[in-house]
Ligand binder design. Structure first.
Ligand code: XMP
Length: 219
């Protein structure tokens, strides 16, 4: 993934026309667009390729199954045109290895969830987040997903994975996280959904967050 604005749009709209319009509008201001179940279930998997023609697509399906089923899912997602896929790590090293193998065949990337950005992540996920980060690092994935809502956890996860793999960080804006703080804590990219796609002018909103990120880096 190119590292330019260091901003990823989470495009959780359910209308095909709106999704394509926003993708066109923010092109050049985001490095990737993350799409998931809301958009794909509403419009069909062809939307993956349609958006990927404009901006690289990260498919957020949080894949979590046995290796054979993971393989079947990965093949569908990458054949549809996704450049990257988010998967869970708790299913273990064999499931993750399968996802990485299929991604390699397609020249695509895998990102592994560590600790999610919402409060409920403290119930179970935080206890194993550091193990997930280590697992992801061992599997040589492209990166992990870590919470912008807890910059200190981004920093901790960075200390575990080192600088060889990336951190993409959701939770900015509506969930309360700050793009600047996440970047300063060690995130390579921040992921922003509602603060951009619900804005009156999504392009302007994306530009403002990209500027906040640039200012944080330049400090
Ligand atoms: P908002 O609207 O809150 O959207 O900016 C955030 C987007 O990111 C997803 N999300 C996560 N994905 N690990 C993930 O893999 C996480 O910890 C996480 N937290 C939020 C969310 O589904 C939405 O698309």
């Amino acid at each position: 993934m190119i590292k330019d604005t260091r901003l990823i749009l989470a495009l959780d709209v359910t209308d095909r026309h709106q999704a394509l319009k926003i993708s066109q509008d923010v092109k050049g201001y985001v490095d990737a667009i993350k799409i998931g179940y809301p958009l794909v279930l509403a419009t069909g998997k062809d939307i993956i390729g349609e958006i990927a023609e404009m901006v690289p697509v990260i498919a957020d399906f949080k894949v979590a199954d046995i290796p054979n089923t993971d393989r079947l899912i990965c093949e569908q997602v990458f054949s549809a045109g996704a450049n990257a896929l988010i998967v869970h790590g708790f299913t273990g090293s064999d499931s993750l290895k399968t996802c990485v193998e299929v991604a390699e065949v397609h020249g695509a990337d895998i990102y592994v969830v560590t600790e999610m950005s919402h409060p409920g992540a403290l119930d179970f996920m935080q206890k194993v987040a550091e193990d997930m980060a280590q697992l992801a690092s061992n599997a040589k994935v492209a990166g992990v997903v870590a919470p912008a809502t807890r910059p200190e956890r981004v920093q901790k996860i960075r200390s575990i994975i080192g600088n060889d793999i990336a951190i993409i960080s959701p939770g900015v804006g509506v969930q309360g996280g700050s793009a600047a703080d996440a970047i300063k804590a060690g995130a390579d990219w921040v992921i922003v959904g509602r603060s951009i796609y619900l804005a009156d002018d999504p392009k302007k909103a994306a530009m403002e967050i990209a500027k906040e990120i640039k200012d944080a880096i330049d400090q």
